[in-house]
Design a binder for this molecule. Structure first.
Ligand code: BG6
Ligand code: MG
Length: 211
């Protein structure tokens, strides 16, 4: 019934969440800001700048726009250093086999990620050139929960939102897909939102949604 599947990247295809956490934690510690895993969960799907704003909710003081630019860049440099250690062995067999199966079934596959590092991460995982389209933080004005990143992915695939299924681990991402008019499959913590068309216990459950 679907012609395309749009995958969120961080937390769906791979587990970069821990690297995002470590990088933000390092910056928060430096600024004397309280930061924990619970706050980190609110950063899922949210752009780098919007993430910084969430972290600064616990900051006593105010920063200029330039300081914010510099701190977000500092976080990204720490994050990118952590990504250097990623390799194809970080791509689970279940995820790869499921993607291959979906391709064999004739589905078009796209990435719909808020990250500006999406292409680098795909390269690290050995997935460069694998997806039919990539919509990421570099081609959008507004990040999730705005539907822009997914609408662009549909456009790049040449499909309508109704023909696509979005796979997400974040509430902001599910909201974006709902707003964009796509069906959604929730994985990980996103299942607790009870917002999605399907809840996946494990990645390969996706095959049940499309048959
Ligand atoms: C999303 C992550 O995929 O990308 C967020 O879930 C992150 O946590 C966002 O903030 C932006 O990532 P980047 O790589 O552009 O800093
Ligand atoms: Mg995610």
């Amino acid at each position: 019934k679907y012609k395309g599947i749009i995958f969120d990247l961080d937390g769906v295809i791979c587990h970069t969440d821990k690297y995002h956490y470590l990088a933000w934690k390092q910056l928060a510690d430096k600024l004397g800001i309280y930061f924990d895993e619970k706050i980190n969960n609110r950063l899922r799907g949210v752009s780098r700048m919007d993430s910084l704003e969430i972290i600064l909710e616990n900051y006593n003081g105010s920063l200029t726009a330039t300081e914010k630019e510099n701190y977000s860049e500092e976080k990204n440099n720490i994050y990118k250093r952590l990504l250097e250690d990623m390799s194809p062995s970080d791509l689970s067999k279940e995820v790869k086999d499921t993607l291959d199966q979906l391709k064999e079934d004739g589905l078009k596959l796209a990435i719909g990620s808020s990250s500006k590092n999406a292409r680098y991460i795909l390269e690290q995982l050995g997935l460069e050139g694998y997806f039919d389209a990539i919509s990421d933080g570099n081609n959008i004005e507004k990040s999730k929960p705005d539907p822009e990143v997914f609408l662009k992915a549909c456009e790049y695939l040449g499909l309508s939102p109704k023909e696509c299924l979005v796979v997400e681990d974040a509430k902001s991402g599910l909201e974006a897909a709902i707003e964009g008019g796509m069906d959604q499959a929730a994985i990980g913590d996103a299942v607790y939102t009870q917002l999605a068309t399907y809840d996946l216990a494990t990645f390969s459950d996706l095959l049940k949604c499309i048959r």
